[in-house]
Ligand binder design. Structure first.
Ligand code: SAM
Length: 228
């Protein structure tokens, strides 16, 4: 029942983790993890009443009341100290919203330095990696998933003196560009074609946006290098 995308996110959750799944929607991820016996305690955090209702219904249906706790809250405010959360998943949202949730959680004291972060942004992955390095998180694993024709990046990070990453590593993912899986090559071949089309169009424009063209040219050069 779980999408390949969420199944891959689940694979990074440690055995017997105490999980906070933020933006849980139907609570599919924690329900799956409890059903498979990998974990026995999770918070399903939701900011919107509709998805929270769906989560509550799902938890009841599976009989996981008391194991998965639904909470209406903005971001990491769903986490309470007694939960002793050690793993946080934030999946299926934009990378900027994901980093805002982390920033606010830090400022309001809901994020300590102990939790493992498992993030699956739908876009702006580069900016999210930048947030992680600025905030002393080390990216220790990454995975690129293809699900229904779309590519998704999963980034796993722990709080510890972070490595310093180059702009190129933030762009491709330091581990993804090392692994260079066939899905990675497929994704960036596709991106390369898209960028070359955009460049063609921009170059024909009446007022050529030189800065934008230079930016895309740089990315095209990076992609060619990484695929070489
Ligand atoms: N995590 C699930 C997944 O990956 O399939 C659901 C993703 S769904 C597209 C995003 C969910 O995040 C929505 O249900 C939305 O209400 C919730 N959300 C958005 N901003 C949030 C926030 N600040 N705090 C908690 N939940 C939030």
């Amino acid at each position: 029942i779980l999408s390949n995308r969420l199944a891959q996110v689940a694979s990074f959750v440690p055995e017997q983790a105490r999980l906070a799944d933020i933006g849980s929607d139907h609570a599919y991820l924690p329900v799956y993890l409890v059903a498979t016996g990998k974990i026995s305690y999770a918070i399903a955090g939701e900011v919107a009443p509709g998805p929270l209702k769906a989560a509550i219904a799902q938890i009841k249906k599976y009989g996981y009341t008391g194991k998965i706790i639904p909470r209406l809250a903005d971001g990491l405010a769903a986490i309470q100290p007694e939960d002793r959360i050690d793993t946080i998943t934030i999946a299926g949202m934009g990378g900027l919203l994901t980093s805002d949730i982390l920033t606010n959680g830090q400022a309001d004291g809901f994020l300590s330095t102990r939790e493992r972060l498992i993030l699956q942004p739908n876009n702006h992955e580069q900016e999210l990696r930048h947030w992680l390095t600025r905030n002393h998180y080390k990216i220790y694993d990454e995975q690129l998933v293809k699900d229904q024709g779309k590519f998704y990046e999963i980034i796993v990070a722990d709080y510890q003196k972070s490595d310093s990453y180059t702009m190129k590593e933030l762009y491709f993912g330091p581990i993804l560009m090392q692994k260079k899986s066939s899905i990675f090559q497929e994704k960036w071949q596709k991106e390369l074609q898209t960028k070359q089309k955009i460049l063609n169009n921009l170059q024909k424009a009446y007022e050529r946006p030189e800065a934008k063209i230079a930016e895309i040219n740089k990315e095209v050069a990076w992609i060619k290098e990484v695929l070489a």
